[in-house]
Design a protein around this ligand. Structure first.
Ligand code: AMP
Ligand code: MG
Length: 402
């Protein structure tokens, strides 16, 4: 049995980055950058007024109140492109270029226009540089503003647009097939008969996969029969980078996923991880290169193992700089128990206490089949292997779930 850390290491080693493609900016949200984004202009591109008011020479209003002749107007998109001379002011709007010769902007609230708008009286002196953002103060031409490997979020869309990235290089989205095994399973629109349950894993797996950027294909439900399983795995492998199965990896007579994979000449990288829930997780590669995760059938095991392993593979394929769920440190609200030889990942909710600490409340749950309790879970508390228990108030590692 290998540790969770070793298993994640193997996943990262065996996963290769997919090809890149260009998408229009409209389709860039959530994609992973495959190029550095570089500023093609200074920002601001000119000395920019930060306030509505008057552009002046600070030395002209040393003694306030001071009266200056209004020489013109500089608006956003239509600047006043002359030299400001001694004794002059230019009416200026937020976002407009500050004329040459002016070194400060006095806000309109501290001024009064006189004589039909030909003269302005500044009621207070103004310090040099006030309310001006100098050209290039935010970004200079040629600076890298976003690195390859970054997942494009809403705020970054503005960055792409500002620097003219109408098309941007991103990594291809991984194609992933999801395949539920188990003769007890019926589809969501069926009423389960005797001894049957509805398949729920395909839905949680698809959802987590889509959050991780995958294009998901749902394969037909496969009963516990090796030939059927082999058929569906081979079919899915024709057009997918990754296949995620659930069920059929334990030690029961009808746990046939590994047999199917072996008969298809898959290379098995691991088949047991020192993890609870999720010990019998399988990771393999088919001869054509398609990777396969054989996850256990219990819905909570599915959620834990998908997010530890398959999500890491999907994000690695997309060239994400940090493909693993981030570890944070929280305070344990209730004491928890550990397991000999296996790391525990316990469903929890995160909150913040009055000392601004992250607090992890372990949820009461009925074990790895209890997906209804798991629906309230926002994080997993990690209890290291061979730790008998951890007392309330202790610091623990937590993983925030997507
Ligand atoms: P298995 O790993 O195949 O032994 O399944 C473990 C448990 O998970 C059994 O109670 C199964 O009925 C249940 N299970 C397996 N697949 C699914 C699924 N797709 N949706 C919901 N429950 C499942
Ligand atoms: Mg089964």
């Amino acid at each position: 049995m290998i540790s969770v850390a070793e298993a994640i290491q193997i996943v990262r080693q065996q996963t290769t980055t997919l090809a890149t493609e260009h998408v229009s900016i409209e389709h860039a949200l959530g994609r992973v950058l495959a190029e550095d984004v570089v500023a093609d202009t200074d920002l601001p591109p000119f000395n920019r007024a930060q306030m509505d008011g008057y552009a002046v020479r600070a030395q002209d209003v040393k003694e306030a109140p001071a009266r200056l002749r209004i020489a013109g107007e500089s608006a956003a998109g239509k600047g006043w492109h002359h030299q400001l001379e001694e004794g002059q002011a230019v009416r200026i709007m937020t976002g407009a270029p500050v004329p040459a010769g002016a070194d400060s902007v006095q806000q309109v609230e501290l001024t009064t226009e006189l004589k039909d708008g030909t003269i302005v009286e500044l009621l207070e002196s103004v310090e040099t540089g006030k309310s001006i953002v100098p050209r290039g103060a935010e970004i200079k031409t040629g600076e890298v503003v976003l690195r390859s490997g970054t997942t494009i979020n809403a705020a970054m869309m503005a960055v792409l647009a500002a620097f003219g990235y109408a098309r941007v290089a991103v990594f291809r989205k991984p194609r992933m097939a999801v395949l539920a095994t188990g003769s007890e399973l019926v589809a969501v629109d069926q009423k389960p008969g005797q001894d049957q349950i509805r398949d729920s894993n395909n839905y949680s797996i698809s959802a987590y996969a889509e959050l991780a950027g995958a294009i998901v294909e749902r394969m037909p439900l496969t009963g516990d029969e090796t030939s059927l399983l082999k058929g569906q795995i081979s079919e899915a492998a024709k057009r997918n980078d990754l296949i995620v199965t659930s069920g059929g990896v334990s030690m029961g007579v009808y746990d046939l996923t590994k047999a199917a994979l072996r008969q298809l000449d898959a290379e098995l990288f691991f088949e047991r991880v020192a993890l609870r829930p999720g010990k019998p997780t399988v990771f393999a590669r088919l001869p054509n290169g398609t990777l396969v995760f054989g996850l256990p059938g219990n819905p909570v095991s599915v959620a834990v193992t998908f997010n530890l392993f398959a999500r890491t593979a999907l994000l690695s394929m997309q060239g994400t700089a940090e493909p693993e769920l981030k570890r944070e440190t929280g305070v344990l609200a209730r004491s928890v128990k550990g397991t000999a030889d296996r790391e525990n990942y316990l469903p929890a909710q995160l909150t913040t206490n009055d000392d601004a600490e992250l607090v992890a409340f372990q949820l009461k749950w009925g074990g790895s089949s209890d997906f209804v309790a798991f629906a309230l879970t926002t994080a997993l508390v990690i209890v290291p292997a061979n730790v008998k228990s951890i007392e309330a108030g202790s610091l623990v590692s937590v993983l925030r779930l997507p």
